[in-house]
Design a protein around this ligand. Sequence first.
Ligand code: ZN
Length: 261
Amino acid sequence: MEFNEPAQMEPDRKRKCPYGTCDGSGHILVHTEEGLFARKCKCYEEQIISNKLDFACIPEEFQNLAIKDFDVDLYRLEESKQKASRAVNIATRYVKKFDAMQELGRGLYFYSQTAGSGKTRLAISIGNFLVKYRRQQVRFITTVDLLGKIRDSWNDKCESSEEALVEEFATVPVLILDDIGVEGNKDWINNIFYRIINRRLTSNKVTLITSNIPMNELNFDYRLLSRLEDMVMQVFMPEESVRRTNAKSKNEKMLKELMED
Ligand SMILES: [Zn+2]
């Protein structure tokens, strides 16, 4: 890389090179007879991943989730373990064949009626993999937050316009839309989702969705539903809450500790 873009070489003062070999910019300047060159420091790739992780807005508790760590034994019921194994298998194959999936613009729709069944965890695990190993630009958002942002944009004081937000979520290469279907059926909500989903569909962008409602029962217009069906494949998650099981075992542990002398 030639040293011709001084602006980009400005070191980030907040950042330190973890190897101590560059000034934190990710580049090392090299003087040669032909002039000044910059080569990439060892920390460069890590910085890109870290920036991408920041961009993804994945909640902190989920940032290190990996598909391979998804523990199907956390479910008590045999049926749940089987459903979870199948879902994990699909997720594993999905990231393995991501190039083909991306070319087709096909994503996944994780569904279970039960909250806390691992839908969001599995969708985010896929997102984390795509950031870390496929250098993808991923963005996570709950539908409630997305619609909240849109509503805020109608306020004059807000910097971003509705159109800019739709553009942002319509064009990000990988979008994780968490908990779709809780927002109810209003014309403006249909309109926003339609604009985002339709543009993602026509430009083959990958979308991962989680929901407590089966795709064909979502309370959306037919037009929007048929776009969704073209875009994502439904994956059934267990009808069992791992969250509750975890909380229950935590309570049992706590009670045991309280009762001990
Ligand atoms: Zn460095």
